[in-house]
Ligand binder design. Structure first.
Ligand SMILES: Cc1cc2nc3c(=O)[nH]c(=O)nc-3n(C[C@H](O)[C@H](O)[C@H](O)COP(=O)(O)O)c2cc1C
Length: 141
């Protein structure tokens, strides 16, 4: 399929990969899933992904709520684990994940009590993303 070839070529041509993916209704966004479903029909993208092995990649997952350890909805984020599985074990990327949680704090008044926690999470995610960005730049130099 022509589109699969285009998507795979695009991936293979990249020095580093950045995936910024929101959680939609507790699962993988259909856009990212459709991208992967088409990409994976390209015969060059096989399990173990030789063409991409070890390529640096950053996955930034973005969630409106907080699904971290010990939270009431721990285990409801069915996106991050799947993304890590296919990016690491199918595409063989050298993956780092940054999780940016609680983006709906400040939008949904029911979450107002988490304002300080969300601000800390935002700062932390930015710091981690910056460190990773520098690492990418150093590897590319
Ligand atoms: C259709 C839709 C479904 C969403 N479902 C969830 C969800 O299940 N859990 C969650 O924490 N956030 C959910 N969100 C919030 C997004 O994950 C969050 O707002 C993220 O920051 C969106 O990034 P974007 O604005 O760049 O798309 C949803 C947002 C949309 C638009």
């Amino acid at each position: 399929m022509e589109l699969a070839t285009t998507l795979a070529d695009e991936l293979f041509a990249a020095d580093a990969l950045l995936f910024a993916v929101p959680l939609y209704n507790y699962g993988v966004s259909q856009h990212v899933k459709a991208w992967f479903d088409i990409l994976y029909t390209d015969p060059r993208v096989d399990e173990g992904g030789a063409p991409l092995r070890g390529r640096p990649a950053l996955l930034v997952t973005v969630t409106g709520g907080n699904y971290g350890p010990g939270t009431p909805k721990e285990g409801w984020d069915h996106s991050t684990g799947w993304l890590q599985r296919v990016l690491t074990d199918v595409l063989a990327l050298d993956l780092t994940t940054v999780q940016r949680r609680f983006t709906l704090v400040g939008v949904n008044p029911a979450l107002d009590r988490f304002t300080d926690m969300a601000a800390t999470m935002h700062r932390e995610a930015l710091r981690e993303a910056e460190i990773e960005g520098r690492r990418f730049a150093e590897r590319a130099a």
